[in-house]
Structures are given as C-alpha cells and as structure tokens.
Ligand binder design. Structure first.
Ligand SMILES: *[C@@H]1O[C@H](CO)[C@@H](O)[C@H](O)[C@H]1NC(C)=O
Ligand SMILES: *[C@@H]1O[C@H](CO)[C@@H](O)[C@H](O)[C@H]1NC(C)=O
Ligand SMILES: *[C@@H]1O[C@H](CO)[C@@H](O)[C@H](O)[C@H]1NC(C)=O
Ligand SMILES: *[C@@H]1O[C@H](CO)[C@@H](O)[C@H](O)[C@H]1NC(C)=O
Ligand SMILES: *[C@@H]1O[C@H](CO)[C@@H](O)[C@H](O)[C@H]1NC(C)=O
Length: 461
C-alpha cells in the first residue's frame, strides 16, 4: 500500500492520508494485481488558462489500470481531491467522472483564483505513477471606484488636476489614459510642455490645466483578458467669461435687417444678455431675435438679429456674459448707412464717414445731391479704413441707391458731431464717374468737401 504520499505532508494531511490508506486497504487491498502489465498514461494532463467563473476539467487517460486506482491531488497543497469516483475534498465545485473505460476527469466549476496551481493524476502502483497539469486563473480587468475620485472633475484654469484610476485583475492590468475625442493630452512640467496621444499610469496629473483641455478623458485598463474596461472622467475648467467682438462697428441701411455677433468663452456657462446703450435689456420679440450657437464645450456664438432697422435702432449694443468667476462685455456700434442718388450731378463717392464717438455725419448741400455708394460690398475694402472698425455689408450698389434729401434746418437740430479721429477720417475718395473729367472731379470734390466742412463748422458753432 505505498501511495508515496506521506513524504513532506503536513500533520493534518498525514491523518487524512492514514484514514484514506485504511479505507483503500479495506476496500481493495486484498485484490492487488500481480500482473506484469503496468498501467500507463496515454496522454499528458493538459494545462489550462481559465477565466474566473468559468468551468474547466482535467482529463487523465490510463490504460491497463487493472485493479489499481486513479487519484486526483492538488500538488501545491498536497490535498487529495478524489479517489476513483469518490470525492475526498469538501468542495462542492469539484467533481470526478469516469467514462467506464480508461478516462477519468476532474471537473472544476466556477473557477476561483485559489484554484490556480498544479493538479496531479496519480495511479497507486509501486512506485506510484503520476502526471501533472497546471491551471492558471485569470481575471478580466476591473476599475475600482475610489471614494475620492468623482467622475466629474472641476478645476480652475491654470491650476492642477489629478485623475486617479485604480484597476484590479490578474495579471495586473495596465492603465492608459486618452482623450475621448482623440485629441492629445497636454502634460506640463515646470520647464516643458508635452503633447501625447496616450499616457500610461494610474494617475494622470494635469498641471496648469487650460480651457482647451476640458472634455472627456478615458482611463482604459487592459491585461490581455477580455473584456478591456474603461471609465470616463469629465473634466471641466472654470474661468471668467471672455467676449470677442470681431465687428465693433456695423453699418446698415434703414429698413434692412442686421445681425450683430459676439463670441463668448465661459465655463460654467455664462448668463448672456444683450442690452442697448440706454440700459434696456433686449428680449426676443418681433423686433429682436437672440440666438446662442454652441461651438464647443465652452465657447458659443451669440447673434442678435434686429429686424427692419429704424432710426431708434441705431446706437450701441452690448453683449454681456457673466458667471460665478466674473463678467465680460463687448460693445458694437450700429450705424445707419446712408445711400443717396444724385439728380443733377451723377457722382459716386466711395467714402466712409465714420465717427467712433458721434452719430454719422449728415452731409447735405442745397440744390445738389451727392451719391454715396458702396462698391464691392465692403466698406473697408474700398475706403481704406481698416482695423477693428471695418464693417462688412453685402449689398448691390445699383439697387441700394435711394434718394435722401436733408434740409438744412433739420441738420442743425442734430448735435454737432465730434471731429473724427485721424484713423477714422475719410481717407479716400474714389471718383468713379465716366461722364466728368478727372479735373472736374477734383474740383467738385474740393467744392463738396469745403461745403461739408463749412456745414460742420456752422453746426458746431
Ligand atoms: C504544461 O506546462 C508545462 C510547463 O509549464 C509543460 O512542461 C507541459 O508540457 C505543459 N503540458 C502540456 C500538455 O502542454
Ligand atoms: C477559494 O476561494 C473561494 C471563493 O473565494 C472560497 O469560497 C474557498 O473557500 C477558497 N478555498 C480555499 C481552499 O481556500
Ligand atoms: C500627438 O501626440 C503624438 C505622439 O503621442 C505626436 O506624434 C503628435 O504629433 C501629437 N499631435 C499634436 C497635434 O500635438
Ligand atoms: C450666427 O451668426 C453666424 C455668423 O454669421 C452664423 O454662422 C450662425 O449660423 C448664426 N447662428 C445662428 C444661431 O443664427
Ligand atoms: C446688381 O443688381 C443689378 C440689377 O438688380 C444687376 O443687373 C447687377 O448684375 C447686380 N450686380 C451685382 C454685382 O450683383
């Protein structure tokens, strides 16, 4: 009765083994085979890599077993699991089967990490014969919920933000970070800025975070065992609103519709308002249409459409954005665009009379009418006035012309306009008339300008 098991056994196992030996002896001891043919294994015991929770079995094929017995052991713990078709281990997840011929199987259901190890199929010959197979239990990655790590993270602009992601699994998972939209992650140190597609590590330290880095970040844990898991962190960057106004001066003719634009950056989202220079807050109504078009996580376009412009609509408009961190404003001046047609002398001036501080100058002359037309659709293009005051107006010059006759008495009732700053002064007068000669033009120009000057002087006096 040499099972060869006693060597190196723990005392508990020895007791167990003793009982086992006694049992085996009483059952089978008398019938020990005397044959010369010895049992032999027909195949190696397999090795298994199995995902936790799955079922697995080892198969032991023995020929010429005769009256010898097959036993299953776990080599590392030296525990006898089963003998023949009887279970010895008190483990409901283990079972053995025999196909009635030469094949014995050890089944393990709902495999657990502590099932990993070396399994042995053994025959009680003298000396005993055995073979071994390994079981490796792997666990798919999982991302732990850390108490101090919310998935919605907020930091003030230029401050530091740390994203933490701890993953479990066997083998130990690798944690990588990416931006959900595929943009690069910005990593700053004291001396450098690095942009990387992905970053490996349980902690992603975003130093001096900027608004452009706002958005979804993914922590991805993988260890080769499917499925790979990820967790999304939404990063918000708080900052004071910013407003940009590309056209600070807009000119449009009466009765037309005009759209004023403001570009806003803000997080948290700002409360946006439009108001007029008289302090009146604008609301959407039949006269005004207020829209907000989101451009990204923190920027949007504010449009104010003013319908059927009338005299009262010209003036300053302010767009304002306010959040918890502050307030920003942008002001747009809306001016009337005068379009007049000549009756006696058909001269067209490409002239922009723009005054930053006062209303548009009223130019008038008794008996003669000048035409101020827009060529090419853009004030800045022809007038030579460039910079931030350039207004864009798309209009066909020939059908935009209209008669404007201003009486002198009416003009004098207007407040005199302040002198235009140098860079807003009419800089160019393109005379584009094929009827009059260049000399006539210059003379007419001269007369016209002198007259205009006189009017201004009289008015301001
Ligand atoms: C099982 O793995 C061991 C080494 O880990 C190797 O010697 C043996 O041949 C493997 N068995 C099979 C059936 O591949
Ligand atoms: C193995 O792990 C399972 C589940 O974690 C547990 O129920 C069982 O008692 C463990 N078995 C041993 C031998 O440690
Ligand atoms: C993003 O990072 C990759 C390397 O990770 C680099 O090759 C690429 O140029 C970066 N793109 C930008 C726009 O910085
Ligand atoms: C606001 O104006 C911009 C620029 O003209 C335009 O592209 C956009 O469609 C407008 N948005 C809305 C909501 O009207
Ligand atoms: C302007 O309008 C007139 C008639 O309405 C047309 O004949 C002319 O082609 C237009 N010019 C441009 C530049 O659109």
């Amino acid at each position: 009765m040499a099972y060869g098991l006693l060597y190196g056994m723990a005392s508990r196992d020895i007791v167990l083994c003793f009982f086992l030996a006694a049992f085996l002896y009483s059952s089978f001891g008398q019938a020990m085979p005397k044959s010369e043919v010895q049992p032999e294994f027909l195949a190696l015991l397999e090795n298994h890599t199995v995902i936790q929770g799955r079922d697995v079995s080892f198969t032991c094929v023995v020929n010429h077993l005769q009256s010898y017995k097959v036993a299953w052991m776990k080599s590392d713990s030296k525990a006898i699991l089963a003998i023949h078709t009887r279970m010895v281990a008190q483990n409901p997840r283990l079972s053995v089967t025999h196909n009635g011929h030469n094949t014995w199987k050890l089944h393990v259901t709902n495999v657990q990490p502590n099932d990993s190890g070396t399994y042995m199929c053994q025959v009680n010959t003298d000396p005993m014969r055995s073979q071994t197979g390994h079981m490796k239990v792997v666990i798919p990655p999982d991302i732990m919920d850390l108490d101090d790590s919310a998935d919605l993270l907020t930091a003030k602009e230029n401050s530091d933000l740390r994203l933490r992601c701890r993953a479990t699994g066997t083998p130990k998972p690798v944690v990588t970070w990416r931006r959900e939209d595929g943009r690069n992650i910005t990593l700053r140190t004291e001396h450098s800025v690095q942009r990387v597609k992905s970053y490996e590590g349980e902690q992603l330290h975003l130093r001096g975070i900027l608004r452009q880095e706002m958005g979804s970040y993914l922590c991805i844990a993988s260890n080769g065992v499917p499925p790979t898991v990820s967790k999304r962190y939404y990063v918000n960057v708080r900052f004071k609103p910013l407003i940009k106004v590309s056209n600070q001066l807009v000119a449009a003719p009466a009765n037309s519709d005009v759209v004023l634009h403001c570009y806003v950056e803000s997080w948290p989202k700002a409360l946006n308002t439009w108001y007029r220079d008289d302090g009146m807050k604008l609301l959407s109504d039949e006269k005004h249409v207020l829209t907000e078009l989101p451009l990204n996580d923190y920027a949007y376009q504010l449009n104010l459409t003013i319908r059927r412009l009338n005299r009262d609509d010209f003036g300053s408009y302010t767009c304002a954005a306010e959040n918890l961190l502050g307030k920003a404003e942008g002001t747009i001046r809306l001016q009337e665009l005068h379009l007049t047609r000549t009756t006696s002398v058909p001269i067209r001036y490409n002239t922009e009379f723009i005054d930053k501080h006062g209303p548009k100058k009223q130019l008038e002359r008794k008996g003669k009418h000048y035409t101020f037309g827009w060529e090419g659709g853009s004030l800045s293009k022809n007038s030579g006035n460039t910079g931030h005051t350039a207004s864009v107006l798309k209009r066909n010059s020939s059908n935009a012309l209209m008669d404007v006759t201003v009486k002198k008495s009416k003009v004098s009732s207007y407040p005199a306009p302040a002198p235009a700053p140098a860079h807003f002064a009419p800089t160019q007068q393109n005379v584009q008339n094929s009827v009059t000669s260049p000399r006539q033009h210059s003379r007419l120009n001269c007369v016209g300008l002198m007259f205009a000057f006189l009017v201004i002087v009289i008015c301001s006096w």
